[in-house]
Design a binder for this molecule. Structure first.
Ligand code: 4NP
Length: 154
């Protein structure tokens, strides 16, 4: 199974989701069964490491994002991934516009699929530190439910 997380810049939300899910899969002994990646709809940060604030907040909870590098989502990703998960409605709209008529990937809003009190992971880029904590809270909860789904599928 292959999962791609998508946000706008691929330096805050989706790299965090990639790191959290990879960690939780490893803990569950499922790392070999699921490939995880992330990408941005925009190309401004391609090749860059995740935002320092995202890295710092994640590391405090045990997730090391330092090896990740930003990339832009492409039409080919719809053939390569089983599940493409958008962080907000704007990301989802942009992905729908890119989606080929016949793609393998199922496309969904991350928090709509993995029940949450809100359906978007808010963009923390222009926020204070607190925004990055909220991003982690939402992502950790949804990733727990994603891991349960993966266990059910296997
Ligand atoms: P992300 O956050 O989509 O969670 O990676 C952002 C990062 C950069 C920008 C916007 C959002 N930006 O405008 O450069």
């Amino acid at each position: 199974m292959r999962v791609l997380f998508v946000c706008l810049g691929n330096i805050c939300r989706s790299p965090t989701a990639e790191g959290v899910l990879r960690h939780k899969l490893r803990e569950a002994g499922l790392a070999a069964q699921v490939q995880v990646a992330s990408a941005g709809t925009g190309d401004w940060h391609v090749g860059n490491a995740p935002d320092k604030r995202s890295q710092a907040a994640a590391l405090l909870r045990g997730y090391d994002l330092s090896a990740q590098r930003a990339q832009q989502v492409s039409r080919a990703d719809f053939a390569d991934y089983d599940l493409i998960l958008a962080m907000d409605h704007s990301n989802l709209r942009n992905l729908k516009a890119l989606q080929p008529a016949q793609g393998r990937a199922e496309l969904d809003l991350f928090l709509r699929r993995y029940a949450s009190s809100v359906d978007e992971v808010p963009d923390p880029y222009y926020d204070a530190e607190q925004g990055f904590e909220q991003v982690l809270d939402l992502i950790e909860h949804a990733c727990d439910l994603l891991v349960i789904e993966v266990k059910g599928r296997l």
